[in-house]
Design a protein around this ligand. Structure first.
Ligand SMILES: [Zn+2]
Length: 51
């Protein structure tokens, strides 16, 4: 059992815009939460977002 791997601190995904750790989306090279994604997606032309 290699439980030590679980101890490795992964940097928690953080929203680059508001800084929350909740529901951070790392798709598309973005690091933003669902809320901000809606705004950003609108700006960058994403009309489809199924969260
Ligand atoms: Zn955010």
């Amino acid at each position: 059992m290699a439980k030590d791997e679980a101890k490795k601190k992964r940097e928690p995904p953080t929203c680059e815009i508001c800084g929350t750790h909740r529901r951070v989306i790392r798709k598309y090279g973005l690091n933003i939460c669902g809320r901000c994604f809606r705004e950003v997606a609108h700006k960058i032309g994403f009309r489809k977002y199924g969260i």
